[in-house]
Structures are given as C-alpha cells and as structure tokens.
Design a protein around this ligand. Structure first.
Ligand code: C5P
Length: 319
C-alpha cells in the first residue's frame, strides 16, 4: 500500500528544519492479560500524557542519520543511533508508505529518560512521524500516521494522540477520554533502566508461580476513568493500579523503598510507571508537587526527580 498523491514541497523553517515535540506517558491504570500467541499481552490501560517532552528536529540529508542528545545519550548503554532506534524505523516506514526516499538527518533531543517506563522511544517515533511528514510533504492524515505508529510499537499511537486515552489490544487501540482538569505528579527516575520484555516475562513467571494475581485483583479502568472525569485527586490516588508493578519490583527490589519514600514524603499515592523503573507520585496540586519533589531530591532515593502535569497534547509541530 502506498498513498496516492505523495510528495510536493514540505513545510520547513527558513533554515530547512522541522521540529516536533512528543510527551512521556504514565499508565494511571494498567491491567495485563495473559500472554497471546503473538508474544504480546492483551491489556487494558488508561494512558496520561505528561509535560516531559522530547524534541525531534529533521532536515533533508543524504540517506538517513540519527543523532541523540540529552537523556540516554552516551554512558555505558546509550540509546542507539542506527536501525534499532524507533525513529529510524519510523522514517523508513513513512518513506516506504509514501513512496518517497528515506533521506533525512534526524536529531533527537531527549528529556524523557530511556528504558524508564515513560514511553520515551515511542514519543520520539511519534514526533519523527509528524516532523518527517511535514519535511517530505507526504500529506499523511492523522489516521495514516496512527496506523504506521501501531506497527512501530504498542505505545506509539498514544505518543501521537496524547491527552488521556483508554488503550486496549496490546495498547495500540485507543479511545480518547475527556479529562476536565490537570493532574500534578512527581516522576522519580531511577539509576539504570528496565527492559520492557523482561518485565512482562517476569510477570508471567510470577503468575505461573502463583505469586501475582491474574484476572482478579488486576486494576479495573472504571474507577480511574470516573476519577479523571470528576474526582478530587484523592479519588484518583485510590484508583491507581499497575499489574506490572509487582514484576518491576521483583526485578528491582529497591523500587519498594522508592515507592514508600514517595508516599512518606507526602504523595497521595505512588505507582510504577508502565514497566518501570520510574515511580509516578501523585500530588494534591502543583505546589504540593514542587514540595514533594524537593523532599525526594533531598533524600537521594532517585537519580533525578521531575515535576510534571497532564494531560498534555500528543506529538505536534513546533515553531
Ligand atoms: O510494542 P513494543 O515494541 O513496545 O513491545 C515491546 C515488548 O514488550 C514486546 O516485544 C513484548 O515482549 C512486551 N509487550 C507485551 N505486551 C504488550 C506490549 C509489550 O508483552 N501489550
């Protein structure tokens, strides 16, 4: 399949670049079903896009190149800058579908920590789709981009959509949810990441050993959706839940202390974000979030802490 009328001049700035932002996510509710034959787990989740944004800037180039700066650049286990990077795969997929040459220099500036359970790689892929669509003038509809996003990864469609959404399937099937207010959080970022497949595999292992509930005991999205619609922060705090938390804690026992440190420091509730190891701590309001972050930063439980709010929009052009 390719689009019928691709091409045409793209939309670039005077310096020939196009820039897009995309947000991190927290799963405020994540119920994981059994392993499917395709290697994924069916799930029901409520995604919230939060104000920690990666920036992807693209310009025309010869062939494809990816550079990474910020979080996850350098160090012992750097974010890859080759085909293993979802941004690279996004560029190849969009070019193939649109019938254009996959030629661009892609610069990813990361504020979202890598392998942290915040869907940073998915955000980068979503931002790259939006930026390259503009650079190449491929004129993809939002629906076209969402279909490509789902092929790239379970969380990439939400990186495009942003806001609040109910996710089903393997996370890629989205229903938008109306949220009437902003929610304030502190993200506690750990030293070192966790591998998403490893965390899912650990959940399967714990369940097979009868050490983690399956089905019953798993969080239901309904109370979270009700709280997001009309509740006070305490109602949302009471409804938060993540089936992957037990597996993340099993692989990274220090997380137990980190979760407790957040509530001891005044968070209304804390949970592991996605497959972790980031801890998402819910605060009463923005002032409380700033105070909570200061206490947690002082305790040194986390590598770094970030005050964020959400919902925020999904991937979009800037400048
Ligand atoms: O879709 P994505 O590439 O982010 O998934 C990475 C890995 O996480 C999958 O290969 C799978 O091991 C695990 N996963 C899963 N069930 C999901 C989403 C991801 O088992 N719904």
């Amino acid at each position: 399949m390719s689009w019928s009328s691709p091409g045409g001049p793209g939309h670039t700035r005077g310096d020939g670049t196009v820039t897009a932002h995309a947000p991190a996510k927290v799963n405020v509710s994540l119920a994981v079903g059994p392993l499917r034959p395709d290697g994924f787990h069916g799930l029901q989740t409520v995604y919230l896009a939060v104000s920690l944004l990666d920036t992807v800037t693209v310009r025309r180039g010869e062939g494809l190149s990816v550079t990474v700066t910020g979080e996850g650049a350098g160090g012992p286990d750097p974010v890859p800058t080759d085909r293993r990077n979802l941004v690279w795969q996004a560029a190849e997929l969009l070019a193939e579908q649109a019938g254009v040459a996959a030629e661009a220099a892609i610069a990813v500036d990361k504020a979202i920590p890598a392998a942290a359970g915040l869907a940073g790689g998915s955000a980068d892929a979503a931002a790259a789709l939006v930026a390259l669509d503009a650079l190449w003038g491929t004129r993809a509809t939002r629906g076209d981009l969402t279909a490509l996003a789902a092929r790239l990864g379970s969380d990439v469609p939400f990186g495009l959509a942003g806001g609040v959404a109910l996710g089903s399937g393997r996370g890629e099937q989205l229903t938008p949810v109306l949220a009437r207010r902003q929610w304030h959080w502190v993200l506690g970022v750990a030293e070192g990441g966790l591998s998403t497949p490893a965390v899912y595999a650990e959940l399967d292992r714990l369940r097979a050993a009868g050490r983690a509930p399956e089905g019953e005991g798993t969080p239901s999205p309904e109370p979270v959706l009700a709280a997001l619609r009309s509740g006070p922060p305490r109602a949302l705090a009471a409804a938060l839940g993540n089936d992957l938390q037990a597996a993340a804690v099993s692989l990274r026992p220090a997380l137990r202390r980190a979760l407790r440190a957040a509530t001891d420091a005044g968070a209304l509730a804390s949970l592991v974000s996605g497959s972790g190891p980031t801890v998402a701590a819910l605060a009463q309001d923005e002032d409380a979030a700033v105070r909570l972050a200061a206490v947690l930063a002082g305790e040194g439980v986390f590598r770094t802490v970030r005050v964020v709010h959400g919902p925020v929009p999904g991937a979009r052009l800037v400048g």
